[in-house]
Ligand binder design. Structure first.
Ligand SMILES: *[C@@H]1O[C@H](CO)[C@@H](O)[C@H](O)[C@H]1NC(C)=O
Length: 177
């Protein structure tokens, strides 16, 4: 089997496994994702595209629990990170992640990110912590929000050699006011 054939087969295999997911960014496009009203980010799936030296992203949402409504949504003012730099973002108090934006630089083979957070009113956060690493370099990322938790932030660091980021989520427990 020639090398390009093998590569093509592997790529198809990877895409086949991920066929249930609608990726937002084939081909180095911006990522723009918003949860529907009163929903928060609850799943993330991403695979590393070796041809583009970039990740493809897909997100899912779930209704905010216990009937609370989400309002007062806002995007982080500027990009959260510089090219190739450490990135860390936490939603303002009493708010959860509900949107993600990113844009790519061909020079750096990296993405800068913005996040959208929406406020809730009938619950309080009881405990927050950073998750374990969600992915390894250049391999898929498959995150589902644990039961009875809220997504309140995301951080990542970039590796110059691997041209990829490793991500962690900031996850909180909550209780009804
Ligand atoms: C992602 O993880 C979920 C369980 O959390 C699993 O059901 C699903 O099959 C996984 N998807 C992929 C493509 O590995």
């Amino acid at each position: 089997m020639t090398c390009w054939r093998l590569t093509a087969s592997l790529a198809l295999l990877t895409l086949g496994l991920a066929a249930d997911w609608q990726f937002l960014n084939f081909g180095r496009k911006d990522v723009n994702f918003n949860c529907p009203k009163d929903q928060m980010l609850s799943s993330i799936f991403s695979i590393y595209n070796l041809f583009n030296v970039d990740r493809m992203w897909s997100f899912g949402c779930t209704p905010f629990p216990s009937g609370d409504q989400l309002g007062d949504c806002s995007w982080s003012v500027d990009y959260v990170n510089d090219w190739t730099e450490y990135s860390e973002y936490q939603c303002p108090l009493h708010a959860v992640l509900a949107g993600v934006h990113s844009t790519i630089s061909m020079d750096h083979m990296d993405r800068r990110m913005k996040f959208k957070c929406c406020k809730f009113s009938k619950n309080i956060l009881t405990r927050c912590q950073w998750s374990d690493e969600l992915n390894g370099y250049k391999v898929s990322l498959n995150f589902s929000l644990p039961r009875d938790t809220l997504p309140a932030g995301m951080k990542s660091h970039f590796d110059e050699d691997k041209k990829d980021r490793i991500f962690k989520m900031f996850i909180c427990s909550y209780s009804k006011l």
